[in-house]
Design a protein around this ligand. Structure first.
Ligand code: ZN
Length: 241
């Protein structure tokens, strides 16, 4: 967990294998707080945020939770929250295995030597927890569609529908502060467009849309933030394949 800039905290799950260690972004706004993605949902994210809020001397407020897409490493913790928004194109699986090979098969990922044969997590939250039948509970989400505005009072985020990685992949764009929460559409590593729910043609169209945006701070679904130049380099590398 680290403070990236005033009001923005980047959280990840240290006991998760890096393949499933997604970013959880917590933006504390003037009127509302925004949580972008929720991790695997193994330990209580809600409790961690409540504790963090208390250590800051602030009062806990129910955040607006936006899921960039339905994959487990982004949507797993969503059931704990009351106000969850997601694109209806993705339906998160209720029960998933965190056994490396089974997880990859469920996702549709190609055999990858960097994926462990065994479990994708190195710690257990409680004695009876079974990582092979990880139940994330029932996620009830309000549809988030292209053009919807998430208003925090001092910042406004527009929902962009960017299918390709999954059908329901979305990003959040703050045009004034030139900030983009990009989910798994762009991050600075190998992009996945060959999963069960992927569509490379859609991905190209999404990249064309991203190419034209005026953004400087990209907050991706995996790894560190990057700037406009890195974003353009990632888009070029993908579209020139
Ligand atoms: Zn994903």
């Amino acid at each position: 967990m680290r403070d990236v800039s005033p009001g923005l905290t980047q959280i990840d799950e240290p006991y998760a294998h890096e393949f499933v260690r997604g970013n959880i972004w917590w933006r504390q706004g003037r009127d509302r707080d925004l949580l972008v993605d929720t991790g695997l949902g193994i330990a209580s994210l809600r409790q961690a945020l409540r504790t963090l809020t208390a250590t800051q001397g602030l009062t806990w407020r129910e955040p607006i939770v936006v899921l960039t897409h339905g994959h487990l490493d982004h949507a797993g913790g969503a059931a704990e929250f009351a106000d969850v928004r997601a694109h209806p194109g993705d339906v998160p699986a209720a029960v998933t295995s965190l056994h490396g090979r089974t997880f990859a098969q469920q996702l549709g990922a190609k055999p990858d030597p960097s994926l462990p044969e065994g479990l994708l997590v190195s710690a257990s939250p409680r004695a009876a927890w079974d990582p092979r039948h990880h139940d994330v509970g029932e996620i009830t989400a309000t549809p988030a569609e292209a053009g919807d505005i998430i208003d925090l009072g001092d910042r406004r985020y527009e929902v962009l529908h960017l299918p390709g990685h999954t059908h329901g992949s979305i990003a959040l764009l703050d045009r004034v502060n030139r900030e983009l929460f990009s989910g798994d559409v762009v991050y600075d590593d190998i992009l996945l467009d060959d999963l069960h729910e992927s569509d490379p043609e859609d991905y190209r169209r999404s990249m064309d849309l991203l190419r034209r945006l005026d953004v400087n701070d990209v907050r991706p679904g995996h790894g560190s933030s990057f700037d406009h130049y890195v974003l353009q380099r990632i888009i070029r590398a993908y579209t020139s394949r």
